[in-house]
Each structure stands twice: as C-alpha cells, then as structure tokens.
Design a protein around this ligand. Structure first.
Ligand SMILES: [Zn+2]
Length: 276
C-alpha cells in the first residue's frame, strides 16, 4: 500500500510540474508499461474514491433509485464483455456509474475499468448500438491500459526510481485524481480505442460501427460547441470513416440498433435539472 501511494503521489508531483499528459512524438510505445495490473486497479480505485467523496462535482445517480437505467447499462456492458474479445475481462472491475449532469457530454473509464457515463451523453445518444460503441471505446482504453502506458512513456525511468522511495506529500491525491479523470488521450490511443470498440461489437448483433453515431451527430449539428468528450478524447482525422472501415475489414455482420429500447432507458433518467 505504501508503494501504491508513492507511485500515485509521484505522478501528481510530476503532473504539477509538467501539467500535461500529452506525448510529443506520435504517442507512447506500444506495450511499454512500468505499472502492474494491480497498479491499474489501485489507481482506478483511488479515482473512484475521489469521485465518491465529491458529490457536488460528481453527483452520482443512485443505482437503487434508478435500477432500470443501471440494469440496461449492465446488459449492454455484458454483451460487450461476453464478446470474447475483451482481453482484461476477468482482470478489471467494469463497474458502471452514472453522473447526473445533463450538461456534460462525456464518458470516461479509469485504469482498472471503472466506467462513468454522464446523463448528458446518455441523453445525446440515440440508440443502443451508439451506446455500445461509446462503451466499447471506453472499455478499450482500460483494456489496452492506455492511462498507465501513457504515464509510463512520459515518466517511465523516473517513476521506476521513485517507486523505491515513495515518500511525497499526501495532499496531492485530489489533484492527481482530477488529472486522471480528465486524462487526455493521444490521437493514436483514440484510434486504438475506436478499433477495439468495433472489435468487441463485431462479435455481437450490434452495428459494430455504433461509435460513429456520436460523431455523426456532432458533425450534423455543426460542432459549434465541441463537447467535453472531445477535450478528453481528441478527434483523430476521418474518425467516422475509420469506424466504418474497421467494420468492413473485420467482416462484422451485425446491424441491430435497438433504438426503441434505448429511448425507453432515456425516459427513466431523472428529470432534466437545467435547460440550455
Ligand atoms: Zn477515448
């Protein structure tokens, strides 16, 4: 446990100095990761704790109060996990929580597979295959361990040395968590997560390019106000086209969208608290 805290605090310290996770030369090397699977889970849990302790910023939707919403999200999640294509299916949590904030169009997944959806994005999406596409993308980031790969590529050697001497101030934890929540992935990692999304959905009856729907809608609306999702998930070029290309290349046959079922779930969300 001491070691974990040391790792996390060092990251926070470095972030405060550097202020950016972004990789400078086309993204981190594949596979290079100084963190263990256990580290991913520990980091994820720290973010989970931080989110739970800050209900003003992260007003969580109570699963006991909204069982229908959660059952629906878990049904879609399980179809993805049972695709046989999620490498870390049995290693990570894959727990889902909904943040009751209609004005935030975002979803994210911590290291170790703790998934968060804002009600804003749930209301924005229009069908179950679109939800599955976004969910697949988030699962892909955790499955490929992008957060810790990115940390490793940026701070690998330094981190390895400091692991042995983790004795930095504990007050930095909140800022680290904020950084992990708002972690901005590289375009390379975005493409990889999109590809994983199609790969997972390909083994289901869903339209495997469901993830394209979100970006098509943004494009159709003119993109005047880029949603939060794009600040943490940068938009690689030809993203929509790539979703469809992956679907064709992988020979995915599914075409189900389950629009009516999805709209039923949306109706169960709490009344909108604010209107733009
Ligand atoms: Zn992403």
């Amino acid at each position: 446990m001491m070691r974990k805290i040391g790792v996390v605090l060092l990251i926070g310290f470095t972030l405060l100095l550097d202020g950016c996770f972004g990789s400078k030369n086309g993204g981190p090397r594949k596979g290079f990761n100084v963190f263990s699977i256990e580290d991913d889970k520990q980091l994820g849990l720290q973010v989970v704790d931080q989110i739970a302790s800050d209900p003003n910023q992260y007003p969580l939707l109570d699963s006991a109060q909204y069982p229908g919403v959660y059952q629906y999200l878990y049904k879609v999640r399980d179809k993805i996990l049972n695709s046989g294509n999620v490498a870390r299916k049995d290693d990570f949590s894959w727990r889902i929580q909904v943040i009751n904030d209609d004005n935030t169009l975002n979803a994210f997944c911590t290291p170790g597979g703790y998934i968060y959806f804002y009600t804003g994005i749930l209301r924005y999406l229009e069908s179950e295959d679109q939800l599955a596409g976004v969910l697949g993308h988030e699962i892909g980031h955790a499955d490929l361990r992008h957060s810790t790969r990115q940390l490793s590529a940026s701070y690998g050697a330094q981190l390895a040395v400091q692991l042995l001497d983790g004795n930095l101030g504990a007050e930095l934890l909140a800022s680290i968590t904020a950084q992990l929540v708002g972690l901005k992935f590289s375009r390379n990692h975005e493409n990889e997560a999109d590809e994983r999304s199609v790969h997972y959905l390909c083994a289901t009856d869903y339209n495997a390019a469901g993830g394209a729907g979100f970006f098509e809608k943004i494009e159709a609306e003119g993109g005047e106000n880029p949603p939060q999702f794009l600040s943490t998930h940068p938009n690689p070029s030809n993203r929509i086209e790539k979703f469809y290309n992956y679907k064709v290349t992988k020979g995915c046959q599914g075409d189900s969208k389950y629009t009516a079922e999805y709209q039923q779930m949306v109706k169960q969300l709490p009344r909108q608290r604010t209107r733009k």
